[in-house]
Ligand binder design. Structure first.
Ligand SMILES: [Zn+2]
Length: 304
């Protein structure tokens, strides 16, 4: 029995990866992210991965008033063949932690220009866990804010963002037999239905406040009130804190409509009013004479 224990101890000390030796700290505005590389991550890829972590973190910090939404977080990076980024996941259990898998052949452009997933996972750090039936709001915020944050940082073109919204958001519309967002936990309704909710909220807050407030004010206030991924909140609390920050009842009202009811949103009319004009497949042009063109510009311009 003792020999077995000794063999186990030897195995642990001799063969297990040494996370401390493979860990790095990325400094972000208002935060430190500890990055732990799995032993399969090539050493020569690590500088590029750290640059990618820093860029993704800066995009999120810029959206949240210039500060990353949590002061400390841990990111585990795993490795696989190919070029893709996959398997992103964020949790607040045992501190803000995320994991992600990166292809060993991922290029600089794959990570710094095309990847959305790490920014998406970091955005999850800035919202509390809400009961399961409202999970669509956690994913909707991450889906909607991710490209907005990257456009604001200057690493994603605004036309590409709007073209993506125009082509992907219709997936979030209710299908026959669907209920409201609170009772239809499908992939499309959770991610893109949640993103439609956030876009509608952002536009409506800006419309009602003459562009002085936006969804970011609501989300920043939720973080400032302690609503990070480490906490669990009732949905009503998050909506109330967000609404108070914008001086509106947009979040509460929108949830009262889209939470229980399978209401289809007139996205075509929304694109027209924002001045987003489809031009061919996955391409858009902007019409600055549209009634809400200033709202469209403010969404991606942001302000300090
Ligand atoms: Zn997510």
């Amino acid at each position: 029995m003792r020999a077995v224990v000794l063999a186990w101890l030897l195995a642990v000390f001799c063969w297990s990866p040494l996370p401390a030796a493979e860990a790095r700290v990325v400094q972000l505005p208002g935060a430190e992210v500890r990055v732990e590389f799995d032993e399969a991550v090539p050493r020569e890829q690590q500088p590029l991965l750290l640059e990618w972590v820093a860029q993704s973190g800066r995009a999120v910090a810029a959206y949240y008033s210039g500060r990353f939404p949590v002061p400390e977080a841990t990111l585990l990076i795993f490795s696989r063949a190919g070029r893709s980024v996959s398997g992103g996941y964020a949790t607040g259990w045992n501190g803000p932690r995320a994991r992600i898998t990166v292809g060993r052949e991922a290029s600089r452009a794959d990570l710094l220009e095309d990847d959305w997933m790490l920014t998406h996972e970091f955005i999850h750090f800035g919202f509390p866990g809400v009961p399961d039936q409202h999970h669509w709001l956690e994913e909707g915020i991450a889906c909607y804010v991710e490209p907005v944050a990257r456009v604001r940082l200057g690493v994603l073109d605004a036309r590409r963002m709007w073209a993506e919204f125009v082509s992907e958001m219709p997936q979030g519309q209710p299908q026959p037999g669907d209920h409201g967002l609170d009772r239809t936990p499908t992939w499309a309704r959770t991610y893109w239905g949640g993103a439609i909710f956030c876009l509608l909220a952002d536009v409506e807050i800006r419309r009602q406040t003459d562009n002085r407030r936006g969804l970011e004010d609501a989300l920043r206030a939720i973080v400032a009130a302690g609503g990070s991924i480490e906490r669990s909140w009732p949905l009503a609390r998050a909506l109330a804190v967000g609404d108070a920050a914008t001086g509106t009842t947009v979040l509460r009202d929108l949830h009262a409509r889209l939470g229980p009811n399978p209401e289809a949103v007139d996205l075509e009319a929304l694109w027209r009013s924002l001045g987003v004009v489809k031009r061919g497949r996955r391409q858009v042009e902007f019409d600055d004479s549209a009634p809400l063109a200033a709202v469209r510009r403010a969404i991606t311009a942001g302000r300090p």
